[in-house]
Design a protein around this ligand. Structure first.
Ligand code: UP5
Ligand code: MG
Length: 206
């Protein structure tokens, strides 16, 4: 995968902070290709014949980070496919022949960040959505009533919070040192968060 052919924004924040919701909005605004690492893993888990299905299921239920090789391969494949199918210059979301990607929920551990930088590219910026744990818990329990996600229960959510603090916060620190982190308070309404995120992304895309 040619890093010169892509513009990558990482989208991070705790479980339930609103990453997926805001990515969907930014796709509407700017025509990004949105890739959620969690969604890719869940699809791989359910794919008949997958060699990793049971392993992924266990990691996700425990809130642990799946070994990076699996996730990075899924991401690279999805990026390659998007570049192939949408990559003609002039297509929506492509500027100067470069595909724009929102990579959601990744990298959530330092080894993933370094490997992705080595194999693909460094991110242009990191959108970092933050709110309180109480708010995230409330949102996820509510979503859990209908989501069918095996990790939307209080026990799994607590584990996800712990892994987020221990393993994902160092990634934020890493990009903070490079002045790449744009922190956005996601405690307010979806639309208010969207306005801020759009403003930040517009600056770096233009
Ligand atoms: N909601 C959203 N915004 C709101 C707002 N402003 N006000 C009120 N409500 C709001 O939102 C969550 C819920 O809140 C929704 O119901 C929404 O309507 C509402 P959502 O946008 O879905 O939040 P998001 O941050 O995307 O939450 P998600 O649960 O997806 O975050 P996680 O980071 O926990 O989940 P992810 O899918 O990224 O990862 C799941 C697991 O996969 C990980 O725990 C891990 O086990 C595994 N994984 C890896 O191993 N490696 C990876 O690289 C990535 C994932
Ligand atoms: Mg999500």
């Amino acid at each position: 995968l040619d890093g010169e052919k892509v513009v990558v924004i990482f989208v991070l924040g705790g479980p339930g902070a609103g990453k997926g919701t805001q990515c969907a909005n930014l796709v509407q605004d700017f025509g990004f290709c949105h890739l959620s690492a969690g969604d890719l893993l869940r699809a791989e888990q359910d794919r008949p014949g997958s060699a990793h299905g049971e392993m992924i299921r266990t990691y996700i239920r425990e809130g642990q980070v799946v070994p990076m090789e699996v996730t990075i391969k899924l991401l690279e494949n999805a990026m390659r496919e998007a570049l192939q199918t949408r990559g003609d210059s002039g297509a929506e979301g492509w500027t100067d022949g470069r595909g724009r990607f929102l990579i959601d929920g990744f990298p959530r551990k330092m080894d993933q960040a370094l490997k992705f930088e080595e194999d693909v590219c460094t991110p242009r910026i990191v959108l970092f959505f933050t709110t309180t744990e109480d708010e995230m818990l409330k949102r996820l329990l509510k979503r859990g009533e209908t989501s069918g996600r095996e990790d939307d229960n209080e026990e799994s959510i607590r584990k996800r919070f712990r892994v987020y603090h221990e393993q994902t916060m160092p990634v934020i620190e890493h990009y903070n040192k490079q002045a790449k982190v744009a922190e956005i308070d996601s405690s307010v309404t979806v639309e208010e968060v969207h306005v801020k995120a759009k403003e930040i992304v517009a600056k770096i895309i233009s």
